[in-house]
Design a protein around this ligand. Sequence first.
Ligand SMILES: [Zn+2]
Length: 222
Amino acid sequence: MRLWRDGFLERVVARLNARLTLPADVRIVVGPGESGDAPSGRTNPVLKLGYAFPAELRPLFNRYGVFTRRGTRIRPTTPARRRLRERAIRETLHAVALHELGHAYTGLWAIPTTSDDETIADVFASWAAVEVLGDPDAILYLANFRLGVGALRPAPGIAAWNRATGYADLFRLLRARPRRYRGIRRLLPRGYLRGETFIGGPWAGIRSALQPIALVPLGAAG
Ligand SMILES: [Zn+2]
């Protein structure tokens, strides 16, 4: 797979630069390693994207399954489904890059918030994918990735955070593009959209995950 060479990063840089201003340049480096890494400091931040990430994602999608826009979860057992899996991997990479860029923005602009940096980075990724890049599937597959981690890697805190954040990503996508993604509501827990489970119970934390949505327009200075 020609990772990071599908023109995505160039498109991200051009379109986000047209919408947002930062006090310092963020260097984006693609190299060995898994996943992505947020900038290390407030001056000259470097954002690292690993090209071993697909090798990490593929077994996860094989075991957990791949979401469709209709809200089903399929196993990549046929050539067509494996093509969908490869697209899911690519879309996850896009979303993770945007998530890391979200850290770059909040690291460089100290935005007051009641939420945590990881959640804000996902909110930023959602906004950038849906509203700036016209790439909403990136958020579908970010949620797919997070819910897969939540289901398959049972380190309690990490699993719970990934589940809560995965559902919040689906929720934002559904609210942002209700017609196109109406089927994905069946991927959400029963009662989620009615808000019954927001307080306490296994989805505690989701309420706080939804708060920073209001912050997104503040960053769009341009
Ligand atoms: Zn992060």
